[in-house]
Each structure stands twice: as structure tokens, then as C-alpha cells.
Ligand binder design. Structure first.
Ligand SMILES: Nc1ncnc2c1ncn2[C@@H]1O[C@H](COP(=O)(O)OP(=O)(O)OP(=O)(O)O)[C@@H](O)[C@H]1O
Length: 942
């Protein structure tokens, strides 16, 4: 077999590498002493102490050993690939003779001329073009079709950066995905500090704007109420014009003046010259609408922020750059220390809103910068498609050719064709819009998550919904960024027949046999050019969503464009095998769509396929609690007292326990016994190893329903330490960021339990710790967003301090205001396994240094200002710290209540002492008051 080496490894650092390489190349597993350690993970012996970890793959009937890791001195516990295997007892694992070609996992692609490979979530061997770009230094602009590996390549390039790095793109979903890919297989690079931000988060990291960003739904709502009698009817077109033309392109002003706008050329606006005044009138009202509703326009805010932005990044990556406007990109680049340290990537063929993006405009941003002359030499193009089948790519290429012939290249960068990598074979079926065909397609595919229907716009959805029962019906705007194995295009052309006829005008089938050429458009004065481009891009985006097969139905199958695409006779019949997906697959689909902001489809899946219901019990939460307290403590209602007691046990609420003791509720004297009874009564489903009963409830109510005590199943599973339930829930898309009535996430609950129980910390938490950990935590200090990534120590300490707040703080408010000490953290982490928190991170000096580094006044570039030092070695939360909780900013002391801090009552008091409980309560009340005063002062201070 051939041997390839992970690009992060240097064979020179591996003693005996050449010898072992030779053994593997000769299939001599015996001399290499190969043992199988896990799923496609093998180890070979370098010498007495050191080992090598590798995987075996096949590509084009050849086997490859891919060397992943050098295991020094038997330190298997530090392996990136053998997570959570604390020890490997080699003597118990037999050597294996060889791995046959059939046993080897297949690879999509392998470049025969590359001895190295890269790794994200999976193995990637770069093709020659990708590799050439990979080897180039920044600045760079990478242009490529959907699925050409832009994101993969970009992320791998990012690994070379040193210092403060930014990855930014429009879609929050893509950001999250990119972050997961980057850190897949526990990738860690101590030389960099990376922010993965959506553009909105990037703005917030400069200064959190007042109000919310305006979106199309809000705009449409407003516009529809005011458009009566107006000549302009199309809300969408107007919104795009405001974003893409009036506020987006200029970098020297927040928006174009009426005169500037009137003076734009025909190709610079989607409105005719005679309509412009009316458009501008609406624009002025739009500005007022934003102000009245505390909404903001990201372009306008971007321009304002040019004043305040400071250079803070050593390297910046902008993904899907075509979704950003000029001013947004300009602002991003202003955050660089050195103007050359960037990498942009995108694809202008995927624009489905006329935002006038062009690579020429992007380049023009650089003309002004002294050290970047023309921008031309920065551009590189990727044209192998790793996502779509060759059959789909073939049609996509024809569309690109027609677009090019008809309209000329938008700019010379966007006129490339695409080659399919070809590992996915599929077909394109052109079908008549008959009842039989619709029925066949609907019957066989509506229960499958692998089929989606795409229509041009929202008006066409109802027609599609009439014939197709699947919840997966998308408009083209919604479909952008999605991919499905099979796509049904429903009357995409027939509904807009005139437009597409116009698009294909003058293009001959013979013209399509030639390769694409850079050319100006035939009709230079065409006023609606941008609109036509929208239609042709829409078609391109729609069909490139199909990984394998395309089912294309048209009610008017005789159209010039269809002929040009090689779709002649539409089939009158169709026979398909039934395709069904499991309910679990549908749950995952709903979760994925929700993360992508596709609420409508996610909800339809939940109600129509999963048939989820709303719970019929009354949840005790912060709004209903006062009433329950009243009933129990004033009304002396027995059931209410019990419910209140149970609530207090769940939340370790000493305030309530103490009130119940005062009200002579006997059970409150034995909270431990109470807890046992409570768990039997309400949580028995979580006490079994197999989580079947829990999942049954999830089937009924969804993954994040609230129980009687306002906990989600994930919180309860974390509280009870049920690993199987946690894993199953997370897999079903349970939200790790939801909080309970104490303001704690499931992750924080697990930290609190690890502090409370040695057995939980030692035996349980490691099994599910990573599943509970959210990717990041968004905090706000001094009006700026900071996204604390989950692999930072700041993330860990802040979460731990929140988890321990109600437990630790009462001990710090006896006679004066104290705060968390390093010892409190040491105590809390002492039993947590080192696979979660390495020994060095548990050390006093290290913990103290992180506390000190993040103290409000500390002068440190990476100070997150999390803590306020009340006295030497004693910290509380920075009073100005806010946390994004379930989408809203909440001050830390609104999330965690000082009022709830209470001393633990002594149930048996010595007869000769004064009422000690009352004394302690009084003294703590005074300290709480003082603490609130201190916080108020700090909040008032600049
Ligand atoms: N050389 C390669 N070998 C194998 N797989 C590859 C290669 N390059 C890219 N891929 C895979 O192809 C898929 C598409 O890549 P990626 O998401 O990076 O494309 P993209 O250009 O960013 O697409 P889009 O514009 O749709 O976001 C990914 O699963 C990626 O891992």
C-alpha cells in the first residue's frame, strides 16, 4: 500500500519513520506490528516507546495508509483521534496480518501526485488547483462554484495563520458549521486565537447596535401597510434596492443622496429612471420606520462603524463574500492590522437577490490601498465540483454558457465552467406536469428527507403544496445553501415563461458547443439585466441543490430554454421506488432546518410528520412561582406546599426551603430524603440506563419541551447524569443553550453536579461532557460582543462560576462582601477527569492567572473582562457583564439573582443560643444589600 502523511506531521520529528514506512509500503504488517485500536484506526510500532496512528483507505483499487499521529512514549491518552481512551493495553490487542482492499474505506478523491493529505471532518486530498492555492500566501480571492471546496480549502489555509484570526460570513449556520469543521478531531492550535462570527456578530463585536437588524419580514409587514395607492408594489424588489443599491455600495457615505441615486446608470439599479424618485420617497420613509421601531440597517451601521473600528486581526477570512455588500466587506477589511492579510471566497453565480455584487467591485476596494495594486493577481478559480453528480453539473454548465452568451460575463472572473468530480452518479428526468406524475412523485417521496421541492417564489408555494405533501418545499431564496440528494423543480420556468423566453433569446443550441468565452453582453442597454440575471442565477442555484438526481416538471414543456438545456421531450410517465425516512431522520432534518432559520418547514415537520403536541401541564416558572408561593405559604395549601418544596429541591433554593421551614412544613427538614422521593416520583424515566421512556416523551412533545419544573429533558438528563439519554437527546437536536429557572444550561447543571458529587465527577461526567458543551458563549462587556469559544479556559471558568453561584456565594456574604477564590474553583474541579480538564489547567497558579487576566482593569489584549475583584484573591462577576440567553441579552445579575442567596438553616439550634438562623439571615441581608450597592456603583461608573 502507499503511505501518505497528514500535513500537520513532520516525518523528520518521528524516529524510525522511514523504516516503518517501508514496512507498510511492503504490506509487511508483521514487522510493523499493526494493531487495530478503533474504527479505521490502527497503530504501528516505531520503537519500544513510540507508536504511529494511521487509517487505511482505498481509491481507484489502490490501498493507502494515511498516517495521522505520532504517539510518543505510549501517551495514548493525549491522542486527538483516540478521544477518551484513557489507557490502551497493547498486550490485550492482537496484531493483525493485513487489511484487504474491500475492508478499506473508500475515498471520494485522492491526488496521486500529493504525498500529503489534509483533514477537517474527513480526509481531504487537494486537487492540483486546490493545492496551488493552498500553497499561496495571502492576500487571495478564491472563486469557485458551489461545492468546489472553497470552505474546506479556506479553513485549511486558516490553520497556517498566527495571532488573532477572524472567519466571517453572512449566515450564522455556516459559521457554526465552519467552526465545527475547523476543530474536528480535536484540532488545536495554540498559536492562534480565532473568532468565528456571522456578519451581525462582527458588527456587534465592534459595538452592539441598539435594537435588532431589520429583516425582510419586518420590512414587508411595514410596506404592505403603507403601500395603498402606491405605484411601487413589490416589497422584495424595493428591499433589495435599498440594501444593494442605495445603502450597500458606497463606502464614503451611509446612503446615496437623491441626486446620486437619480444619476445612476441603467445597469446600476433595478428600477427605471422614471421610478427612482418614488423609490427614494419610500427609502426616506424606511429610514423613519427604522428609527421608530429601533431597527437598524446593517449597511448604515457598517458605515457608521468605520469611525470607531480598530485594527485587531492578523488574518481575516470572508466566506460567501457575494452575500455581503461593499460597505460590509470594507468594514471587515478595516479590522486588519495589515491590509494584505485576507482571504475572500465566493461565487457570483449563486446570487439570488440583485445586490449588484461583482468581483470588479470587490477588486475596486483594493485599488485604493497602496500596497494592493490591481486586485487581479489576487484571484484564483476553483472549478471541480465535489458535490453534484456529473449529470446535474452538465445542465448547470449549460446555464452558465447561456448566461454568458446572453448577458456577457458580469466580470471576467465569473465565466468558468465546472467539472464534476464524478463520485456521485445521478440522473436528470424531465417530466410533464400531469396528475399521474405528480401523484407518483408525491406518493413515493413525501415521506423521505432526501427529496425536496423548489419553486421560484412564495406565490408559487401554495400550488406546489397542493400536489406535494412533503414539508420540504422551498422558494429559491430559502433553498440557497441547502443540499438534498434529490430535487424536484416544480414549474420553475413555466410560471415565468416570458422572462425565460427573453433570457434564451438569440442563443442558439450550436453556440453551446463552444467553450465559454469572456464577452460583453449582446444587449448593452437592457434595463432589466439585473432582473434577468436573478432568474438565471435562481435556476442555477435551484438545480445545483441536487447532489444526485433532478426531477424537473414543467406544465409548458416546450420552451426554448429547455431545448437549449437539452431537455427535449418531457416524459409522460414515471415509476419510482418508495422512499421513506425514519422519524429520527425527520427529527434531525427539522433540527437542521431550524438552525438554518427555515422555521416554516421545521414546524411543518414537527406538526405533520412527527405529530408533536404541546404539553398539557402547568409549568412552574418565574411567572407562575409567585402565585404558588402565595398559595403555599399564605394560603397554607398542602399540595401547593409540596409542589413548592419539590421545586426548591430541584433548584437548591434555600430561600424557599427556609420559608417552608418557617411555615412548619416538616418534609423541608429532610431535603435529602425529599430529593430521593422527588426523583422517584418525577424522574424515574431518567434513572434507567436505556432512555426509551424519555425518548417516548420527546416523540410526543419534541426535544426541548418543559417539564413541571421548567426543565428540558436535556437538563434533567444532565442533572441525573444519564449518559445514554444525553447522547440520544443531543442527536435528536436538543438545544444545549436553553436555561432553567435558575438561569443554568444543561452544561452548567453538569458542572454543578460534578462539584456536588465526587462519584458524578469521577464516573459520569466524562461520558457526556462534550455532548453538553455549547460551541460558544456570547457575552457583552462595554457594549461589545465577545464570543467565548468552548475550548478556551475563560469559557470554562465563566460557566463554572455561573454553575456555582447559588452554592458558593452564600458563604461569601457573612460579615463582608467576599467573592469566589481560586480555592473554590480548585475544589470544584478536583474530581473532574483530566480528559476534560488537563492537570495543568487545575493548578492554582494557572487558575489564578486566568482570573487575574480577565479582571476588569487588567491591561491585557485578550482580557475578556469577566470578573471584578472585590478584595485580594476574591472575584465576583463583572457587574457590566451581559450574556446572550436564548437569543436575548441579559445582565448577569438579572440572570442570577442576589435576592435568592440564603444561608443554610440549622434545623437544630442549641437552646441557649439566640435565634442563630434569624441572625445569619439578617447579616446576609445586609451584605446582599451592600453587594447590590457595589454593583450599582460599578454599573454607574464609566
Ligand atoms: N479535494 C477534495 N477531496 C474530497 N472532497 C473534497 C475536496 N474538496 C472539497 N471536498 C468536499 O466537497 C464538499 C464541498 O466543499 P465545500 O463545502 O468546501 O465547498 P464550497 O465551495 O464552500 O461550497 P458552497 O459554495 O456551496 O459553500 C465538502 O464536503 C468537502 O469536504
Amino acid at each position: 500500500m502507499k503511505v501518505l502523511i497528514y500535513n500537520e506531521l513532520d516525518p523528520k520529528d518521528i524516529p524510525g519513520f522511514s523504516k516503518l514506512q517501508a514496512y507498510l509500503e511492503n504490506d509487511d504488517f508483521k514487522s510493523a506490528e499493526v494493531k487495530k485500536l478503533g474504527d479505521n484506526l490502527y497503530r504501528a510500532r516505531l520503537n519500544q516507546r513510540d507508536r504511529l496512528l494511521f487509517s487505511i483507505y482505498r481509491y481507484q483499487e489502490q490501498r493507502y495508509a494515511l498516517i495521522l499521529e505520532f504517539i510518543k512514549n505510549h501517551a495514548y491518552q493525549d491522542s486527538r483521534f483516540l478521544r477518551q481512551v484513557s489507557t490502551v493495553d497493547e498486550s490485550k490487542i492482537p496484531d493483525i496480518p493485513l487489511v484487504s482492499i474491500d475492508e478499506a474505506a473508500p475515498l471520494v478523491y485522492l491526488n496521486p501526485s500529493q504525498p500529503r493529505f489534509n483533514l477537517l471532518d474527513k480526509i481531504i486530498s487537494f486537487d492540483d488547483r486546490q493545492q496551488a492555492i493552498y500553497d499561496l500566501p495571502p492576500p487571495l480571492i478564491v472563486i469557485g462554484s458551489a461545492g468546489s471546496g472553497k470552505t474546506a480549502l479556506t479553513l485549511e489555509k486558516m490553520k497556517h495563520a498566527v495571532g488573532d484570526v477572524l472567519y466571517v460570513t453572512q449566515s450564522a449556520y455556516l459559521v457554526n458549521n465552519a467552526r465545527d469543521l475547523y476543530y474536528a478531531h480535536q484540532y488545536d492550535n495554540p498559536e492562534q486565537q480565532i473568532d468565528f462570527l456571522s456578519f451581525q456578530e462582527f458588527l456587534e463585536s465592534i459595538q452592539v447596535p441598539t435594537g435588532n437588524p431589520v429583516n425582510f419580514a419586518a420590512f414587508q409587514n411595514w410596506f404592505n401597510r403603507h403601500r395603498q395607492g402606491h405605484a411601487l408594489k413589490d416589497a422584495h424588489k424595493l428591499f433589495e434596492e435599498f440594501r444593494g443599491v442605495i445603502t450597500g455600495p458606497a463606502t464614503d457615505k451611509s446612503w446615496l443622496s437623491r441626486e446620486d441615486y437619480r444619476a445612476l446608470g441603467v445597469k446600476e439599479s433595478i428600477f427605471l429612471a422614471e421610478e427612482r424618485d418614488a423609490v427614494y420617497d419610500v427609502f426616506e420613509k424606511y429610514l423613519q420606520f427604522l428609527a421608530d421601531n429601533t431597527l437598524y440597517d446593517p449597511n448604515i451601521v457598517s458605515h457608521q462603524y468605520l469611525q470607531s473600528i480598530r485594527a485587531r486581526y492578523d488574518f481575516v477570512v470572508v466566506d460567501e463574500v457575494q452575500d455581503l455588500t461593499n460597505i460590509q466587506l470594507y468594514l471587515i477589511l478595516k479590522s486588519l492590522h495589515h491590509s494584505r492579510d485576507f482571504l475572500l471566497c465566493g461565487d457570483s453565480n449563486q446570487i439570488v437577490h440583485p445586490n449588484f455584487f461583482s468581483w470588479a467591485k470587490v477588486k475596486s476596494l483594493f485599488y485604493r490601498q497602496d500596497d494592493l495594486q490591481t486586485g487581479d493577481e489576487l484571484i484564483r478559480i476553483l472549478n471541480t465540483n465535489y458535490r453534484n453528480s456529473p449529470q446535474v453539473t452538465e445542465i448547470a454548465n449549460r446555464i452558465l454558457k447561456i448566461k454568458n452568451l446572453r448577458f456577457g460575463s458580469i466580470d471576467k472572473e465569473s465565466h468558468y465552467l465546472v467539472e464534476s468530480n464524478g463520485h456521485n452518479q445521478g440522473e436528470v428526468l424531465f417530466l410533464q406536469d400531469t396528475a399521474d406524475i405528480r401523484r407518483e412523485l408525491d406518493n413515493k417521496t413525501k415521506a423521505s428527507t432526501r427529496f425536496a421541492v423548489i419553486v421560484m417564489n412564495a406565490e408559487q408555494k401554495p400550488a406546489a403544496q397542493q400536489y406535494f405533501g412533503t414539508p420540504l418545499i422551498f422558494t429559491i431564496q430559502e433553498a440557497k445553501g441547502l443540499e438534498y440528494e434529490n430535487i424536484i423543480l416544480y414549474n420553475f420556468l413555466s410560471q415565468e415563461e416570458a422572462r425565460y423566453r427573453e433570457i434564451s433569446k438569440g442563443v442558439e443550441a450550436a453556440d453551446l458547443h463552444h467553450d465559454i468565452k469572456y464577452a460583453r453582453g449582446k444587449d448593452k442597454t437592457d434595463k432589466s439585466l439585473e432582473i434577468y440575471k436573478f432568474y438565471i442565477n435562481a435556476l442555477y442555484v435551484a438545480l445545483t441543490r441536487a447532489i444526485k438526481n433532478l426531477y424537473w416538471i414543467e406544465s409548458q414543456p416546450k420552451q426554448a430554454l429547455l431545448d437549449l438545456l437539452g431537455l427535449g421531450e418531457a416524459q409522460a410517465s414515471l415509476q419510482l421506488a418508495s422512499q421513506n425516512s425514519s422519524l429520527d431522520a425527520w427529527r434531525l432534518e427539522a433540527h437542521k432546518l431550524e438552525l438554518q432559520g427555515k422555521q416554516e418547514q421545521a414546524e411543518r415537520i414537527r406538526s405533520e410528520i412527527l405529530k408533536q403536541k404541546t404539553p398539557n401541564w402547568q409549568v412552574i416558572d418565574t411567572t407562575t412561582l409567585p402565585e404558588l408561593k402565595q398559595k403555599a405559604l399564605v394560603g397554607n395549601d398542602k399540595n401547593a406546599k409540596l409542589a413548592l418544596f419539590e421545586y426548591a429541591l430541584v433548584y437548591e433554593d434555600l430561600d424557599i426551603i427556609n420559608s417552608l421551614l418557617k411555615a412548619d412544613f416538616k418534609a423541608a427538614k429532610q431535603p435529602d430524603k425529599g430529593l430521593q422521593l422527588l426523583q422517584q416520583k418525577h424522574y424515574s424515566a431518567y434513572s434507567f440506563k436505556k432512555p426509551d421512556a424519555v425518548l417516548k416523551q420527546v416523540d410526543q412533545y419534541g426535544a426541548d419541551f418543559r417539564n413541571l419544573f421548567n426543565q428540558t429533558p436535556l437538563m434533567v438528563a444532565a442533572w441525573m447524569g444519564n449518559a445514554e439519554a444525553i447522547k440520544a437527546l443531543v442527536e435528536l437536536g436538543a438545544d444545549t443553550e436553553k436555561v432553567d429557572s435558575n438561569g443554568l444550561t444543561a452544561f452548567q447543571i453538569a458542572l454543578a453536579q460534578s462539584d456536588r458529587s465526587e462519584a458524578y465527577a469521577k464516573k459520569k461526567v466524562a461520558e457526556f461532557y462534550l455532548h453538553l458543551k455549547p460551541n460558544s458563549m456570547s457575552i457583552q462587556v462595554d457594549g461589545k460582543l465577545v464570543k467565548l469559544d468552548k475550548h478556551t479556559m475563560e469559557f470554562f471558568l465563566l460557566n463554572l462560576m455561573i454553575a456555582l453561584f447559588y452554592r458558593v456565594m452564600p458563604f461569601k456574604l457573612h460579615y463582608r462582601i467576599e467573592g469566589f477564590s481560586t480555592q473554590d474553583f480548585i475544589d470544584a474541579v478536583q474530581h473532574i477527569p483530566t480528559t476534560i480538564l488537563p492537570e495543568r489547567r487545575k493548578q492554582r497558579a494557572y487558575l489564578s492567572s486566568i482570573l487575574a487576566k480577565n479582571e476588569i482593569d487588567k491591561d491585557d489584549k485578550h482580557n475578556r473582562k469577566l470578573f471584578y475583584r472585590v478584595m485580594r484573591g476574591a472575584y465576583i462577576f463583572n457587574p457590566k457583564l451581559a450574556i446572550r440567553v436564548e437569543g436575548e441579552w441579559v445582565n448577569i445579575y438579572d440572570l442570577l439573582s442576589i435576592d435568592k442567596l440564603m444561608p443554610q438553616y440549622e434545623t437544630k439550634q442549641d437552646w441557649w443560643r439566640a435565634d442563630y438562623n434569624a441572625y445569619r439571615e439578617k447579616s446576609m441581608a445586609a451584605q446582599k444589600q451592600a453587594l447590590k450597592g457595589l454593583i450599582a456603583v460599578k454599573l454607574g461608573a464609566k
